[in-house]
Every structure is written in C-alpha cells, then in structure tokens.
Design a binder for this molecule. Structure first.
Ligand code: SAH
Ligand code: SF4
Length: 381
C-alpha cells in the first residue's frame, strides 16, 4: 500500500519524508504542490529534488475523490456527490456569495447522533471519513472551481463542517484536516473562516479549544432539556447546562469570538414565543459567565420521513424579534441550492438506509404521537 498524501498535515508529511530518507523541509515544497497547485503527478513537481521525485511514485499517491454526480443550482450553488466506497456516498456543497465562497464539508458517511429533523441522522452511521477524504473535498472543490471559473486565486474562502456527520465524533481524522485548511503552505484560511459545527460533544469541544480553536457553531435547537433530548438524542449524555459551560470554556481559548447557536425552526415543536423567551432566560443565565453568542435560525428543510414541518416565516420573525429585543444578535439563514437538494439536512438523501435506523425512527415517532415515552439509542463519543 502506498501512502495517501492527502492524509497528512505538514508535520505528518515531514515525518513521511524523513521516512524516505529526505530532509523535512522537502515536505513544505511537496505540501504546496499538493494543496496550492492541486498537482497529482510527481513528475510535474519540478522544483523537488530529483531523488525525491523518483522515489515518490513507488511509495505515495494523491488520489482524487470519485465524483458520482455534480448538480449546479440556479443560484450558483454547486453540490457534489462523492463515492467513498462500499456503497457510501458523501456530499460537499459550494455556496458562492458576493464577498465569499463557502464550502460545506462532510465528516462522516451517515451520522450516529440521529437528530429527528436531519436526513443524515435518519440514515444511521456508516463510517468515519479519513483525513484524506475530509481534506480531499476541499482539495477537489478548490482546484475544480479554479479551472471551472478560470481563476488563479483562491476560490474557497470559508469552510463549514456542516455536511454529513458529527465532526467531533471523528476527532482524530478531523484535526489534521483542520490543520491543513489553516496552514499557510496549503489553504491558509484564518481560523475564523473555518467553522466546526457540533451537536454538542462536550469533551471534544474542550479538545478542539486546546488543539485548534477554529470558529464554533453549536446546534442547540431547543431551550430546555426534555425537548432537546427528543430532537438531539446526544443531549441525554451532555445536557444543555454542560454544553453551555463547555461553550464558555471554548471562548476562553478563542476570546473575542462569538459562538453561533444554530436553531432549526420546526413548526409547532420548538418555534413558539415561549421557547424564544426560555432561550433568552437561558442565555442570560450563562451570559453571567461571559458567554457571547449569536443565533442563526435555520428554516427546516423538510423530508418525508421526518414527520416535521417548516415553521412559517411570520412565526420565524416573531421568534427572531423576541431574541433581538433581548439584545441577542440573530440572523435567519437563507436557504441556498433548494432546487438541487443541497440545503442543510438534505444531503445525500438518496443514500440507502443500511442500518434500519429509518424504521426505528418511524417507530419512535409513532410512540411520540401516542404520548409514549421515547426510547432512543445511546450515542458514544
Ligand atoms: N453534526 C453537526 C454538523 C452537521 S449538521 C451538527 O449537527 O451541528 C449541520 C447543521 O444542519 C446543523 O445545525 C443541523 O442542525 C442542521 N440541519 C440538519 N438537518 C436539517 C434540516 N432538515 N433542516 C435544516 N437544518 C438542518
Ligand atoms: Fe448528525 Fe448533525 Fe444530522 Fe444531528 S444534525 S444527525 S448531529 S449530522
């Protein structure tokens, strides 16, 4: 087996070069060829020492992800489906705006958290992506888009880990990928332009704060534990108070940064005025410990198996106004790429359910309707 060079951050690549009997600094040149130029052919890398260029083909490769399909939305959003083997398909979405280009990246094939409003959650968990598969999405998109848009400068200016999967349940593979995103010899993104979104894996939030404090988005979705546990089963393990304490600690490592709380607006479930008032009270309680945050209200993207509905816009506005009147910075997310199913929670909706989780969720839903206590899966870190 030859090494997949997309698996390495600069430190890893330096160790790899040393293993070949080469000087560590050669890794920087190689790293630039791979990530800044998108090169896959070692013969192209003309400024590399000839000895290294000759050794590399036998010991390493730079494989592109396999594209299953590409969909271009009328609003400029582009969605790729990549085949990562054994029937697993992941999604990556590029969202162009006037002042930025955001890439939404997947971290896992499927997801074990099983949120009720998320189609990835309904598919169940298949496997963690490797570092190469995570960074490979940026590598592919950046170099594809440069060609496609005939640009020589950087196209992707922001990365959000908001595709399929719970990034903090795949920490060991995520961390080197984040380091590549930030490295000046690779993509050189500032840590405020890389966002990890989490459903609240508390211990790993602490690890991330220490190792690589990029921007953090926390998927809150409810102001109290009973409702949140129902929507985001991981809440049973890490309830709201623990989660908000972890947010406070995170800010200690990334001072002056906001934490973004994501709140998916579900008609009649979590979108009532009383929920907004509860949320204000909750945040006031935690603001005492210095938590500064903003809210992002996300219109729910419905899918049939969820049994849930998108909140009406007037209701979203009432909710937003309560938060804003209380002095909380609040935005309502525009949905992009609706026509190509690229909006949140719709990713790879056509992937087969191989774990029977859809059946379990449907049973849970019936239980809910009858007012029976819902039993949910235990989720480990
Ligand atoms: N697992 C991580 C990151 C991926 S999900 C997390 O949960 O944060 C990215 C965002 O999409 C989360 O805020 C999630 O709540 C939201 N989301 C999931 N399904 C959605 C849906 N059907 N409609 C709108 N937002 C959704
Ligand atoms: Fe997983 Fe995030 Fe979807 Fe929840 S919302 S099931 S954590 S991907």
């Amino acid at each position: 087996m030859t090494a997949n060079l997309l698996d390495y951050d600069l430190e890893g690549l330096a160790a790899f070069c040393e293993g070949l009997g080469e000087k560590r600094f050669r890794a920087t040149q190689l790293f630039r060829w791979i990530h800044q130029k998108g090169a896959t052919d070692f013969a192209q890398m003309t400024d590399l020492a000839k000895s290294l260029r000759e050794k590399l083909p036998a010991s390493a490769h730079i494989p592109s992800l396999k594209v299953v399909s590409r969909h271009d939305s009328a609003d400029g959003t582009i969605k790729w489906l990549f085949d990562v083997g054994a029937g697993d398909v992941i999604e990556t979405v590029f969202i162009p705006e006037s002042d930025r280009g955001t890439l939404c990246i997947s971290s896992q094939a499927g997801c074990a958290v099983g949120c009720r409003f998320c189609s990835t959650g309904h598919q169940g968990f298949s496997r963690n992506l490797t570092t190469a598969e995570i960074i490979g999405q940026l590598w592919f998109a950046e170099h594809f888009l440069r060609l496609h848009l005939s640009r020589s400068d950087r196209v992707v200016s922001n990365v959000v880990m908001m595709g399929m999967g719970e990034p903090l349940q795949n920490y060991s593979q995520l961390l080197p990928a984040l380091r590549v995103m930030l490295d000046d010899h690779a993509y050189g993104l500032s840590r405020r332009r890389v966002t990890v979104s989490t459903s609240g894996v508390v211990p790993m939030m602490d690890r991330l704060a220490k190792d690589c404090p990029v921007a953090l988005a926390v998927s809150l979705h409810a102001p109290e534990d009973a409702l949140r546990s129902n929507l985001v089963p991981l809440n049973k393990k890490y309830p709201i108070a623990e989660l908000l304490d972890a947010c406070g600690r995170y800010q200690g490592a990334a001072p002056r940064d906001f934490i973004t709380f994501e709140y998916c607006m579900l008609d009649g479930v979590n979108d009532q005025a009383e929920h907004a008032h509860q949320l204000v009270a909750l945040m006031r309680e935690h603001a005492v410990s210095g938590l500064s945050c903003k809210f992002n209200l996300i219109p729910f993207n419905p899918f049939p198996a969820s049994g849930l509905k998108r909140s009406g816009m007037p209701q979203v506005m009432v909710f937003a106004k309560i938060l804003m009147d209380a002095g909380m910075v609040t935005t309502v997310r525009k949905t992009r790429g609706d026509d190509i199913d690229a909006a949140c929670g719709q990713l790879a909706g056509d992937v087969q359910d191989r774990t029977g989780v859809q059946q379990r969720m449907a049973t849970q839903r019936q239980g809910m309707l009858k007012g029976i206590k819902v039993v949910s899966r235990e989720v480990g870190v």
